[in-house]
Design a protein around this ligand. Structure first.
Ligand SMILES: Cc1cc2nc3c(=O)[nH]c(=O)nc-3n(C[C@H](O)[C@H](O)[C@H](O)COP(=O)(O)OP(=O)(O)OC[C@H]3O[C@@H](n4cnc5c(N)ncnc54)[C@H](O)[C@@H]3O)c2cc1C
Ligand SMILES: NC(=O)c1ccc[n+]([C@@H]2O[C@H](COP(=O)([O-])OP(=O)(O)OC[C@H]3O[C@@H](n4cnc5c(N)ncnc54)[C@H](O)[C@@H]3O)[C@@H](O)[C@H]2O)c1
Length: 460
């Protein structure tokens, strides 16, 4: 049995940099990955989707050329060129990362599935046959999540799509039915509508984007409706079956059953942790009822010297959060510091178009907590930059502590919503009060300049 100082299980957004950092610090380290270096973000998540969304945006811009006075009579969507470009980007990112791991001193990469066979011992079922038994002083679990498939009668008899397999299609679906209106459902729904599919989104809840404020969700619905994307809320798929080339879906809406036809179904109803294969019962690492690994604010599990990072520990599932988990572990384990996830800001950006950039508390959360707040809002049809560029969709919103004038949260639904909200996040990080932004001098005519007007709305 080979012994290591540290073993990292999973090459996600935390595991990859952590394995290199541990090895650089002089610890004999192994990284175990069952599939591909880079995990979800690089191979099945952020990078491939955002590459394809860029193509979808280009298609949308062509439809809208007319309003800018540019006439394009004919264009077509070359889906194989879009997926080829996406594949090239993924391969480039994955192979650069793999190369840098292979060139790291003190770091061994084993391709296979890790299962605990003792409290400080794993068996790796190697992808190219055989197995390895390895022990270590410390373990770092970064095994991520995978799509969760809801129990729907007949689902096992149809070739449903997930966020991974939809990117491997070789043609554009005629009618895509999306189950779920979260990040994955909305990003893929809009993308495929722009490629030419008919798109219907089914959401069992009262409304989409339950975690966001009602006015922001309403604005998103309006924008998607303008693109003829059908959203059916309070609608639940009960059963699915095949009929020739079609899929028949029986749905329930307000207690009434009806049938829908489509050519493809995308399951986008959430993700579940990849903890089953780990046999954590051998270790003393506890999981919650959904299988997420329980950790404290220092990302320590309930077993000594075993840590969990990224999506597998539950909570916000984003690349930048997983990467920050790596920073925390690295500071505590390598530099003997005392970093913690407590009070960490969790920004995110939903890459529909216009983007929904978010940080901090929503208005609804602030009101539920009884906070004394001011709420600044502005519609993008009064933002100079939006008018000039011909995209006036969306709005900006900030929640402010009435006494301290500090920004508590922001939602920016705008062409560059992710970038604009980051400006407000920087203000939050630096304790810059709203009135300083209201009176700040920003270059004209940028989106940033519209933050003057956003906060001026409080004085009108
Ligand atoms: C379609 C999609 C789009 C997304 N877009 C965004 C976005 O735009 N922005 C954003 O911030 N986030 C996005 N996310 C979420 C983001 O991808 C994840 O939050 C991020 O990848 C963090 O994952 P992680 O580090 O926890 O693990 P992952 O990246 O999931 O990596 C886990 C790794 O562990 C390996 N593994 C699992 N079990 C074992 C085992 N037993 N033995 C060995 N190896 C194992 C897996 O093969 C995988 O490579 C998206 C997700 C999806 C699905
Ligand atoms: N831009 C980004 O940052 C980005 C993009 C994609 C994914 N992600 C990450 O991936 C995670 C998973 O995304 P997701 O969209 O799968 O999950 P989600 O939790 O965001 O949304 C799931 C949606 O499915 C609905 N739902 C649940 N059961 C259903 C059923 N049986 N039928 C129909 N709808 C059902 C829920 O009400 C919810 O609206 C996200 O939490 C996010 O962290 C992030």
């Amino acid at each position: 049995m080979q012994h290591y100082d540290a073993i990292v299980i999973g090459s996600g957004q935390a595991g990859t940099p952590l394995s290199k950092k541990l090895a650089e610090s002089g610890l004999k380290t192994a990284l175990i990955e069952k599939r591909w270096i880079g995990g979800t973000c690089v191979n099945d998540g952020c990078s491939p989707t955002k590459a394809m969304i860029a193509s979808a945006k280009a298609a949308w811009s062509v439809y809208h050329n007319k309003s800018l006075g540019i006439i394009t009579d004919h264009f077509y969507v070359d889906f194989s060129a879009i997926t080829q470009r996406k594949n090239d980007i993924v391969h480039r990112m994955r192979s650069n990362s793999e190369k840098s791991i292979q060139e790291s001193k003190n770091l061994d990469l084993h391709y296979g599935t890790a299962t605990f066979s003792g409290d400080k011992e794993i068996t790796v079922t190697l992808n190219d046959g055989g197995s390895l038994t390895l022990s270590a002083d410390k373990f770092f679990i970064n095994t991520g999540e995978k799509p969760s498939i809801p129990k729907i009668e007949g689902i096992e008899n149809i070739d449903y799509l997930t966020s991974t397999s939809i990117m491997e299609l070789d043609s554009i679906p005629e009618h895509l039915l999306v189950l779920g209106s979260g990040y994955i459902g909305l990003e893929f729904g809009q993308m495929f509508k722009r490629f030419g599919s008919k798109v219907t989104i089914l959401e069992p809840s009262e409304r989409i984007l339950k975690k966001e404020d009602q006015d922001i969700a309403d604005e998103v619905v309006k924008i998607l409706a303008e693109e003829d994307i059908e959203i059916l809320t309070k609608t639940k798929a009960l059963s699915v079956s095949k009929n020739g080339g079609k899929i028949i879906v029986t749905v329930d809406k307000d207690g009434k059953q009806s049938q829908l036809n489509c050519s493809h179904i995308l399951i986008a109803t959430g993700r579940k942790p990849q903890t089953k294969a780990l046999s954590l019962e051998k270790t003393g690492v506890e999981t919650d009822e959904k299988g997420y690994i329980k950790v404290n604010d220092r990302l320590e599990t309930t077993a000594a010297d075993i840590y969990a990072l990224g999506d597998v520990k539950g909570g916000p599932a984003f690349t930048h959060i997983s990467y920050d988990d790596y920073r925390i572990i690295s500071e505590n384990v390598i530099e003997k510091g005392n970093a913690s996830i407590k009070d960490r800001l969790v920004p995110y950006c939903m890459f529909i178009d216009p983007q929904l950039g978010r940080v901090g508390i929503t208005e609804q959360e602030a009101r539920d907590q009884g906070l004394d707040i001011l709420v600044a809002t502005i519609k993008n049809d009064s933002v100079a930059r939006s008018i000039e560029t011909g995209d006036e969709r969306g709005m900006m919103k900030a929640v402010i502590d009435a006494k301290t004038k500090q920004i508590l949260g922001a939602s920016v639904l705008a062409e560059q919503g992710g970038e604009i909200v980051t400006i407000l996040q920087m203000a939050m990080m630096g304790n810059v009060t709203y009135d300083r932004i209201m009176n700040g001098v920003f270059a004209h005519p940028t989106y940033a300049e519209s933050l003057n007007n956003l906060f001026m709305s409080l004085e009108q």
